[in-house]
Every structure is written in C-alpha cells, then in structure tokens.
Design a protein around this ligand. Structure first.
Ligand code: 3HC
Length: 484
C-alpha cells in the first residue's frame, strides 16, 4: 500500500499513477476543503481519460476505488511507501517527514517529490535517513514518462533499487541521480524558462512570439510561458531561488517578472492566469493583430543561400527589386552592421530561418515599422510564422537554446549524469523531441560552439562561454559526443 501526502496537481497525479498500476493508495490532505479539491483533480483527470476513450467508465471506477482519501496522517501507519508532494518549503517538508517517521512502520520508505530542495536535508529530519529517497515526477504526472530517483549519500542502495523497479512497474522510465539542486531536468529546464522571462522583460520579443518560436522552431511541446503557467509560477520562482542559493549563478536569480506575477497571485493555470490570460504583455492574444497587407511590396534578399527564399517570394507573386521596400538580410548574427552599409538602412530586416516553419525577423534601430511589418507579411505569405524580435545575438531561439545546451554539456562534464540519462530525462520529462546532446549533434557541434561564442561576445556572460568539452571536441574535429 502506498501513501501520497498532498493532493495538489502533482500529488493527485501521482496518486492516479499508482492507482492505475493497480496499487492501493491512501491520499492525505490537510483539511476537508483541500481533500475535496484533491478529489476534484482525480475525478477530472480520470473523467477526461474516459471522454477520450482511454478508459472505460468501469476502469475509472476501479482506479478511483483503489484510492482512499483522508485528512489523518495516522492512516499511513501501514503504508510500504509514502510519497510527499506538499509545497516546496523546506520547513513544511521537514516537519511532515518528522511526523511520518513517527507514524509509519520502521521499514516504510519515505519519498519526496521535491523539485529542487535537498533530499538529504529532508532525510536528516528522520531517524531513518537510509530509507528516504527522492521520487520526482513531472507535470502532468499521468502523462510524462520520467521519474528521477534521487539517492543521497546515506540512502540504502536497496531503497534506490526498489524505487527504480517500482517506477518501471508504474510505466515510467527511471533515471537515477545524486542529490543536487534541480537534479537533471529542473537544473536544465528552469534556467531556460527563467531566461525566457528575462528576455520578455527586456522586450526582445513578445510572449506569444517567444512561445511560438520555441514550439514551431525547435519542436518543443509548449513554449516557455505556456510551460511556466503549467508548472505554476510560484513553483518556478521557488525552484529558481533554490538553484540560485546553491549556484550563485546570476542567471538563476528569479526573473523580476516572475516575482511580480507571483506577488500579484497570477500563478498560471492553477489560478487561471499567469503569463497567459494576463492583459498587457506584448503579443497578448487579447489584442488581435491585423494580417499584414503586403500586396505590391517589393523585396530584395541578401546574405548566403538567398535563392530559395527569393524563389518562394516570386512564386507567391512578389517582385524582386534593386531598390526594394524590404531588404531581407539572411543571417544568424545581428544585422545592424549590414544596415549601415546599404542605401536605405530603414528597409533592412534581418531574417533567420529556424526549421521549416519559423522566420525570426530582426528589426534594427534603423528599421522602419513599415519594413518590419512588410517583412512579417512576406514571411507569412510563404508559409513561415514570423517571429519579430530585436537585433540581438542569437535572436530568440538560439539565445534560449544554446545556453541550455551548454548547461547540459557542463552537467555531463561534471560527472553528475551520463549523456544517455540527460538526453532521456529531457525527452521523457519535458516531451522534448530530442535530448540536448542529440540536439547539439543534429545542429552541429561547431555551429552551437560558434553561436555560444557570439552570445558570450555580446553579453560577456561567463556561462555563455562554450563549455570546454564542446570547444575541445570541435577543435578535435569531432561531430558527435564520445559515448561509452
Ligand atoms: N492530466 C492527465 N492527462 C493529461 C493532462 C493532465 N493534466 N494533460 C494532458 N493529458 C493527456 C491527454 O489526456 C492526452 O492523452 P491521450 O494522448 O492518451 O489522449 C495527452 O496527455 C495529450 O494531451 P492533449 O492532446 O490534450 O495535449 P497536448 O498534446 O498538447 O499535450 C502535454 C499536453 C502532455 C502537457 C504536452 O504539451 C507536454 O508534453 N508538455 C510539456 C510538459 C512538461 O514539460 N512537463 C514537465 C514540466 S517540469 C516539472 O513538472 C518538474 C516540476 O518539478 C516543476
């Protein structure tokens, strides 16, 4: 029998996962109101599965029938495993673990679903630190296939092995790691999300543009702001705080806009509003934009490999000109240096094609609003989603992606996790189409290294300097990471 303490979004999802695997579950909440909310989560989630034809009504009843809900922790005395999923506040977790240690039989394994707090600190609150382990699920727990199993220096190896086996029985893929803030996924994911919030605050691009660029350009299931809203901005804020405390890396300081939204009670999906549903961000859907009118606009294309875009525009009915309304400068670097060399700098717009669907459009300080709008219209006319942004190193996608990839290389090089585990964790924990090492290899090691150098040159941010391992592999002419 398994206990789950805390039936918020994550706890209820975890209880559902156990019950779906045929285990009996006792779900515990602090008071009757919270318990009713937990019951609501369980009923909605399983009801949705029935609506989609994934479960029959009978199966749903069986799953819910395996879950007993209670407000009494004492009901956990005979549990073999208790997973806590209460808010990310160390004092709360420590006091809960002290209680569970007193209530549960000595052999019960106590697991924490903490996202970033020290499992060791939680374990030390009990008289059984060897039987305390991290069991970190991902939101939505019934869907995401990863479980990070976190062993501390004192966790008994048999406990880690048991939780790993159990995770497989739950239909999950376990990745076993040591106790460092953020483990694998949150250590790589949250700085990327925080960075997106910082870039939004700096006005690099609008909220929806950044979300779209990462979804359509990189193939991520959600853009960073949609994902922040799913995770909960309070949770994201807490995790960033813990990461910052451990690393003192200023990139890990929570973005000011996160603090503002959290203070205002706009926590994301759980409160109905967060980055989305908030009136006022650039790119908010509440201010629908007119489709750009581009009939009759003339264009020019400069840079490398201009033929395919020129052909597509001509095919779409636009005329190429020597003195065009819009001069599209293909580049993966800022384009202002090109703008100052052309006859009409106000007509020049930087274009960075990302994948098959996205065109990042960099307006320089000299670009006219008309040329910027026309460039967006031209890209839409050839089937690419325009992502208007400022003329900065990396534009949107590379500025967000490359530091994340660099962090993954540093993590591997530190010996914390293997390439295979890091790749699997990001694919299965976040639904990414590929892990960071797979992404670097498909983009090209040299391209990522050079992109990082450009980001470093612009921002002088030490963390953007290419990881020494990446740099050395490129120097050695390698196109893939060595795998054992
Ligand atoms: N509960 C249960 N099931 C859900 C669900 C939920 N809240 N949300 C979606 N699902 C199920 C649907 O029923 C559907 O199942 P089916 O394929 O069997 O019919 C499936 O998930 C796909 O759902 P949808 O078609 O409605 O939606 P999408 O295709 O857009 O997928 C998503 C939704 C699975 C959330 C996808 O967008 C995704 O993978 N997003 C990334 C989520 C992510 O990164 N999570 C990790 C966050 S980090 C974290 O949790 C760590 C923590 O410590 C902060």
């Amino acid at each position: 029998m398994v206990g789950v303490v805390g039936l918020g979004t994550m706890g209820a999802g975890i209880a559902e996962v156990f019950a779906r695997a045929g285990l009996r579950v006792i779900g515990v909440e602090a008071d009757p109101e919270a318990l009713a909310r937990g019951r609501g989560h369980l009923e909605r989630s399983t009801g949705r599965a029935v609506d989609r034809g994934k479960l029959t009504g009978g199966e749903r009843d069986e799953i819910l029938g395996r879950i007993t809900l209670t407000t009494s922790r004492d009901d956990l005395r005979d549990a073999d495993l208790v997973v806590e999923a209460i808010p990310e506040i160390l004092d709360y977790k420590v006091s809960l673990l002290e209680d569970l240690d007193r209530i549960c039989k000595p052999e019960t394994v106590l697991a924490t679903n903490t996202s970033s707090l020290s499992v060791t600190a939680v374990a030390a609150a009990t008289g059984r630190p060897g039987r305390v382990v991290g069991m970190h699920f991902f939101n939505p727990a019934p869907v995401m296939r990863l479980v990070e199993v976190v062993g501390t220096v004192v966790t008994e190896p048999s406990v880690v092995a048991g939780i790993t086996e159990l995770s497989v029985r739950l239909g999950k893929t376990p990745v076993t790691v040591g106790d460092r803030a953020g483990f694998v996924v949150n250590r790589l994911l949250l700085p990327y999300l925080n960075h997106a919030a910082v870039l939004l605050d700096l006005g690099l691009a609008g909220r929806d543009e950044i979300d779209t660029a990462m979804r359509l350009g990189v193939g991520l299931p959600m853009g960073p702001f949609a994902l922040l809203d799913l995770i909960g901005l309070d949770t994201a804020y807490e995790i960033m705080g813990v990461l910052f405390d451990e690393t003192r890396d200023r990139r890990h300081a929570p973005a000011p806009v996160l603090r503002e939204l959290v203070t205002a009670g706009l926590l994301g999906r759980k409160t109905g509003r967060g980055f989305h549903g908030f009136h006022g961000f650039p790119g908010d859907e509440t201010a629908p934009r007119e489709p750009e009118r581009v009939a009759g606009v003339t264009f020019g294309v400069a840079g490398d490999d201009t033929s395919s875009i020129a052909e597509a525009l001509v095919k779409a009915g636009f005329a190429e000109s020597d003195d065009p309304d819009v001069l599209l400068r293909l580049s993966d670097r800022p384009v202002v240096e090109h703008a100052v060399r052309v006859r009409r700098p106000s007509s020049l717009v930087g274009v960075h094609l990302v994948g098959d669907q996205v065109a990042e459009l960099a307006a320089t300080v000299l670009t006219s609003p008309e040329a910027a709008r026309a460039a967006a219209g031209l890209m839409a006319a050839i089937g690419r989603t325009p992502v208007p942004c400022k003329d900065r190193a990396g534009f949107v996608v590379d500025a967000l992606l490359y530091p994340y990839l660099n962090d993954a290389v540093r993590m591997y090089d530190s010996g914390y996790a293997s390439i295979a585990d890091i790749d699997a964790a990001m694919r299965l924990g976040c639904g990414y189409p590929a892990g960071p090492f797979e992404m670097i290899e498909s983009l090209g090691l040299a391209r990522v290294r050079d992109g990082l150098r450009a980001l470093y040159a612009e921002h002088r941010e030490p963390a953007y300097a290419p990881a020494p391992l990446l740099d050395q592999l490129v120097t050695a002419g390698m196109t893939a990471f060595p795998r054992p």
